[in-house]
Design a protein around this ligand. Structure first.
Ligand code: PLP
Length: 437
């Protein structure tokens, strides 16, 4: 490791692409030797999925001893059927956190992704509150997908046969000019994905200005929807805490109250497999969702909702709890940043995001080399998310994006894995420059 650091320190004097062929060949040989050493170590490390670490799950161990009693604050016996919209005290708590009214939010089961799928099914079979017909009866349905984005959003759309058109995800949110142009003329464009706060995978935060334009822009489809997936609304990594734009108010003020449908969950606040998910929207949208939900359910797991309410105590309790997560995962993100800067900085072979929240770092390597980096890493025992997975159909047209997920492994493993990733990037970059020079 010391040797590799020394190598990169001298290397930073010249961009890799500007070196002579002989210098590049020498550099490639050094990296090949470093990579061979890496392989010989027989590592087995994983930076693939954005899961909370065991230490983060431990923060919520008290949940396993709750609830105390079975009645909620309004005297509802949570053990019984009923209350499809979720218990009021938890809806009030998350309404405050998500800037909506308690009547505009539903507390559901353990997964917001399930809610997203349910909403799409409902739209497909029945249309939205402002639709002329069910989406399934349209000739074609298209979604706008900011990229890089969340792979499961894209696989969900593929499953429906929904077409996907991409726009760049910029630092201030999706490229709103591109979005506005697309939706203005094409009535098949019925919706868009957006992870507004600490986006997966770039960490971008959609600004109030961009959100206001998305809320107000004219759309050819009268029932255009923004799937506002606020999975990381409270997942700050620094003191500089981003505030999500108040999309429901913006949309209502712009005359499109039914445009946004918001999703969130406690999957990365309490227990990833046993949290509580939320859906928010206009009162009509909430009624519409709960009406369809009632065709397949008699009530949610209110006992889980009650124990969450007791565990947090208040909206401030959620904010305080998130500080404990930050203490565990911020050092891992700092380590990713340190290693990428030290090993790859100044060489012109990669750029990466430095998120102030969320679960991911987005790494862009030289065009045409992301698959090679991931392949090299795999052969050395480091699992990375497949190249292209942050794009619809797994197809990154520039083959340059790699999503890094440092939360799950312990810190020492993040260090080891990132050193290895850096070596793979350097080797793949040298190979690429030698073949394209
Ligand atoms: N939305 C985004 C953007 C995510 O990154 C994830 C998980 O990685 C989810 C939703 C999944 O949420 P849930 O656990 O509530 O289904």
């Amino acid at each position: 490791m010391t040797e590799q650091t020394a190598t990169s320190a001298t290397a930073t004097t010249t961009l890799l692409a500007e070196r002579s062929r002989a210098a590049l060949e020498a550099f490639a040989q050094e990296q090949q030797a470093a990579y061979d050493d890496l392989r010989a170590r027989g590592l087995s490390l994983d930076l693939t999925r954005g899961k909370p670490a065991a230490a983060q799950l431990d923060l919520s161990d008290e949940l396993l001893t709750l609830p105390r009693g079975s009645k909620d604050a309004h005297g509802v016996d949570t053990r019984n059927y009923g209350g499809l919209e979720g218990i009021r005290e938890l809806r009030e708590m998350f309404a405050e956190l998500l800037w909506v009214d308690p009547e505009e939010i539903v507390a559901g089961g353990n997964s917001s992704l399930v809610m997203m799928r349910e909403v799409l099914v409902d739209l497909w079979l029945h249309g939205a509150v402002d639709s002329e017909r069910p989406w399934g009866q349209e000739e074609k349905v298209t979604f706008i997908c900011p990229v890089p984005g969340y792979d499961r959003h894209f696989t969900l759309l593929s499953w429906f046969g929904i077409d996907m058109v991409t726009v760049p995800m910029n630092d201030d949110g999706p490229d709103v000019e591109a979005v506005a142009r697309l939706v203005a003329d094409d009535p098949s464009i019925k919706g868009m994905w957006l992870v507004p706060t600490y986006a997966n995978p770039t960490g971008a935060v959609t600004t109030q200005e961009v959100a206001a334009r998305l809320a107000a822009m004219p759309t050819a489809a009268p029932d255009f929807k923004i799937f506002w997936d606020n999975a990381y609304a409270f997942h700050h990594l620094t003191e500089n805490e981003a505030k999500s734009a108040d999309i429901l108010s913006l949309a209502a003020a712009a005359g499109h109250p039914h445009r946004p449908i918001m999703f969130a969950s406690t999957s990365k606040i309490t227990l990833a497999g046993a949290g509580v998910a939320f859906l928010a929207g206009s009162r009509d949208t909430v009624r519409w969702y709960v009406g369809h939900l009632g065709k397949g359910a008699i009530g949610p797991d209110k006992v889980n909702q009650l124990r969450h309410s007791q565990f947090f105590g208040s909206a401030q309790g959620v904010r305080d709890h998130m500080l404990k997560h930050r203490a565990i995962i911020a050092p891992k993100f700092a380590e990713v940043e340190r290693i990428l800067s030290e090993r790859l900085g100044g060489l012109g072979v990669a750029t990466w995001t430095t998120p102030t929240g969320g679960y991911f770092v987005s790494l862009d390597v030289l065009d045409g080399s992301a698959s090679r980096v991931v392949g090299l890493a795999k052969a050395a025992g480091i699992a990375l998310t497949p190249a292209g997975s942050s794009f619809p159909h797994g197809d990154d047209p520039r083959d340059r994006n790699i999503r890094l997920a440092p939360t799950f492994p312990p810190l020492e493993q993040v260090t080891e894995a990132m050193e290895a990733v850096a070596t793979c990037v350097l080797l793949a970059s040298a190979e690429r420059l030698l073949t394209t020079a």
